[in-house]
Design a protein around this ligand. Structure first.
Ligand code: AMP
Length: 485
């Protein structure tokens, strides 16, 4: 099938050719005709399938009738609203919209938090037909009356599952209440939970359901591998894999923000160009890290699940799970970063004994056993030297269930990725000597402003003011909501 078979106009065909696409992906072949017919769509598309073009191209074609070069803002009301859960995804979708609309005089912009609001206000005041936004910042603009949504004809909810995970449901409801009832709505989600179906029921009218991959499946072009390793030797194994297999661009997933910073820092000390991307870094730092990675200046990008959500890195060959996610669906999301648009990809997981349970859950979801591999000269049975045992820190893995972070909480700060408690990246095993000497390692534990203060353990001496309390926190058992999402 060709793009020209889908009924797209000449300007869009030209833009698609310029992007280097030769034929539509399966989701594009299904979604484009349905959207051109004015149907609501519920798209169950895994990441990397080309869904952005799948909804953007027909949307542009339907908006083409409004294209004009007038300088009057009144001639450029917002007609299409595309909501995404993260700033990175918003920026990425906007780039796509810009590329595909190159030959049609339709204006577009993107608004998301963490950056100066003034340029966004300027763009909105000048008028745009297509607005890509994260929910919180959009509501800020609504409140400041810099945007009006009463002429929106098209609504797209992209990565709707993650929006719910991140607690954006109240914001989405508010935004929906500001839109005209008569509109075309499209909802895309990598996975379809019952909650998503409920949202779709309230949002979509007689939707066409488009499914290009099995529920919760991962792309078939990705090969999966597991390397067994003690927790204490993961960093060594990772560095060796990167160097010995001459990996040029690898995205590494960890569960906590501090863990991401530390690992990137350690890799740099090991002589590997690395950077971290997570919600505690400024938007500029996140964008710089991502740009460096895309340009090949940074070899290893260490990311948390939330920060990496929706990232599209062309031909990303490899994803490594330094720590397994505690929900198997997150494995699907992580793996979706590689093997995109038909390219082959590799997903490697470094699995410690205490993560066996999470691996089994992933295998159950994939309905397949992941092949175990070994690295020549790396003996996973050899433990790093142990210094001492601590009765709490060394408690048996799984002794406390840490997998119950609320997934539908409201974001605490509008448009900020929900902040959660970060604990020091302390493993259940003692660390090998010598202790690293650098500011990141030596900085004291700092609970986030919103973290619940830990209750003192039985028999502990009464709380004293000042730094003592922070030290005491170090010896408490791991806290339940330690992961970023
Ligand atoms: P998406 O799933 O929308 O994030 O797209 C994933 C990647 O596929 C992006 O890098 C797109 O540029 C690319 N892509 C989208 N459509 C096509 C196509 N028809 N042929 C080749 N690549 C595509």
């Amino acid at each position: 099938m060709q793009f020209s078979d889908l009924g797209l106009c000449e300007e869009l065909l030209r833009a698609v050719t310029e992007q280097g696409y030769t034929e539509p992906t399966p989701i594009q072949a299904k979604a484009i005709p349905a959207i051109l017919l004015g149907k609501d769509v519920m798209g169950a598309a895994q990441t990397g399938t080309g869904k952005t073009a799948g909804f953007t191209l027909p949307l542009l074609q339907r908006l083409k009738q409004h294209a004009n070069t007038s300088v009057s803002p009144a001639r450029h009301p917002v007609r299409a609203l595309i909501l995404t859960p993260t700033r990175e995804l918003a920026a990425q979708v906007f780039e796509s919209v810009r590329g595909y609309s190159k030959f049609i005089p339709l204006r577009s912009t993107v608004v998301f938090g963490g950056v100066d609001i003034a340029p966004q206000t300027r763009d909105l005041r000048a008028g745009v037909e297509i607005l890509v936004a994260t929910p919180g910042r959009l509501l800020d603009h609504v409140q400041q009356k810099t945007v009006s949504l009463n002429q929106v004809e098209f609504l797209v909810l992209d990565e709707a599952d993650r929006m719910l995970d991140m607690g954006f449901m109240p914001d989405i409801k508010r935004i929906l209440s500001l839109l005209p009832a008569k509109r075309q709505s499209l909802l895309f989600s990598a996975t379809f939970s019952d909650e998503i179906r409920r949202l779709a029921d309230g949002l979509l009218k007689e939707p066409v359901t488009i499914e290009v991959a099995r529920r919760n499946s991962v792309t078939e072009t990705v090969t999966h591998a597991v390397y067994r390793t003690p927790e204490t030797r993961k960093r060594e194994l990772l560095a060796r894999l990167v160097v010995e297999r001459d990996m040029k661009q690898v995205l590494v997933f960890v569960r906590t923000r501090l863990g991401a910073s530390r690992l990137a820092h350690q890799l740099v000390k090991d002589g590997i160009d690395a950077s971290a991307i997570h919600s505690n870094r400024t938007q500029q730092e996140r964008m710089d890290a991502l740009a460096g990675f895309k340009e090949g200046k940074i070899r290893v990008l260490v990311a948390t699940d939330i920060a990496a959500r929706g990232l599209d890195i062309e031909q990303l060959p490899c994803v490594i799970n330094y720590e397994l996610p505690h929900t198997p669906e997150d494995y699907v999301h992580r793996i979706g970063r590689t093997g995109r648009a038909g390219q082959s990809g590799e997903a490697i997981s470094l699995v410690a004994d205490q993560e066996k349970e999470y691996l089994e859950r992933i295998e159950r979801l994939l309905k397949a056993k992941i092949i175990e591999q070994t690295l020549e000269g790396f003996d996973p049975t050899a433990q790093a030297p142990r210094l001492h045992r601590h009765p709490v820190r060394d408690r048996e893995p799984g002794a406390r269930d840490r997998d119950h972070a609320p997934r539908d909480r409201a974001p605490r700060e509008r448009d900020q990725i929900p902040r959660e408690r970060e604990r020091t990246a302390r493993t259940p095993y003692a660390r090998p000597a010598p202790l690293p000497k650098d500011p990141l390692f030596n900085q004291p534990y700092e609970p986030s402003a919103t973290a619940t203060r830990p209750t003192p353990t039985a028999g502990a001496s009464p709380a004293k003011p000042g730094p003592k309390r922070q030290v005491a926190a170090l010896f408490l058992p791991p806290l339940p909501a330690e992961q970023e999402n």
